[in-house]
Unconditional design. Structure first.
Length: 83
């Protein structure tokens, strides 16, 4: 399924990274997250440089250094409790 043309792809990418943060595992220098998401969305995150190429048989995807940092930022932005 292609991403809907009428959606805000920036917000969608941010929320997807926030959700990936919930499933991070592995060492901090090589974080990985489970990649159960739409392929077009995974490709968008790859094009932004936030994850490594998702086209593999692996069930998880490696986050880049920037992606690992942004995953928590976007999680807190979109899902954090208001103080």
């Amino acid at each position: 399924m292609a991403l809907p043309a009428d959606c805000d792809q920036e917000k969608l990418a941010e929320v997807a990274m926030g959700m990936l943060w919930l499933t991070l595992h592995g060492p901090a220098e090589f974080p990985r997250a489970w990649k159960g998401m739409d392929w077009d969305l995974a490709n968008l995150l790859f094009q932004k440089g936030w994850i490594d190429d998702p086209k593999s048989k692996a069930k998880s995807v490696a986050l880049t250094e920037e992606g690992a940092r942004l995953a928590e930022v976007y999680f807190r932005k979109h899902f954090g409790a208001e103080a």
